[in-house]
Design a protein around this ligand. Sequence first.
Ligand code: KG4
Ligand code: ZN
Length: 337
Amino acid sequence: MRVLGIETSCDETGIAIYDTEQGLLAHALYSQVKLHADYGGVVPELASRDHVRKTLPLIKQALLDANLTAADIDGIAYTAGPGLIGALLVGATIGRSLAFGWNIPAVGVHHMEGHLLAPMLEETQPQFPFIALLVSGGHTQLVQVNGIGEYQLLGESVDDAAGEAFDKTAKLLGLDYPGGPRLAALANSGVAGRFQFPRPMTDKPGLNFSFSGLKTAAAQAIASNGKDAQTQADIARAFQDAVVDTLIIKCQRALKQTGMKRLVVAGGVSANVRLREALQETMLALGGEVFYPRSEFCTDNGAMIAFAGAQRLAAQQSVDLSVKVRPRWPLTELSPL
Ligand code: KG4
Ligand code: ZN
């Protein structure tokens, strides 16, 4: 089965074609970073309008790249939530309408299920069950995954998501949007240990996270130590080390609590090199395995939506003709395959 995937939940238009036998046939991505840069963050209305401009041309490009025509597509998967409502509606309306015109089924995909399954686009795939650490701009969650659609929430952030904390701290450091990857780059030249930030919520039991305090710690360090380049880099380093350590402590706890040895890490922050290296070391020491998507599929993309949608379409799950999106949508409400 060949599925066209459409991702428009935030500020990237992602299109891909996934074949359940042949794998990924094409993928195309357009990032709106430049459009939102002047505003220091995503402007929802501008995001929606840009998805309107980019979605159809990217679909044409993906078909061309895969040397296919519309007649070769067996189903369409679009992101139906969570995300920005206008942005979601663009992808959903285009996806649902194309499926109607082409007389094929369509399915609305949960964006975080897309992230969670993205490591399955790689050659070595995790076997169920596993623990997933989902770290994106909007979510930080630890989930026990028993199968596709079988998700048990073990813990989540009570305030800022990990990516959000990266972005807000980057802003304090004067870095442009999107701050996460810029802060990570700056941290590379930072001296470890000059600043010591807390590892929030690790001193008491439980698997929830809280990242908003780290932003305050960074703000105080900036206020009392000035803004010379080395200090900035040292603060970035301290912040990144605190986030990475905290995530690792909670992952270890989740693995111990459930007796599992397999960990999947996905979502934008899983592109962070320091986090990937540290988790690799941790899992090696524990005699377990860690799985990530390739870097380009950590952040938003169409491939993960095409893949997740293909699993559901292949199991005969599809939507009716109405266009429905859900800006808020708990992952635990999904049905099993
Ligand atoms: O998954 P994603 O592309 O979009 C959402 O679903 O939110 O995640 C975007 C988030 C942003 O907060 C961005 O700053 C963060 O992921 N991010 C990173 C890195 N690359 C992206 N954070 C830290 N280090 C990175 N290398
Ligand atoms: Zn995402």
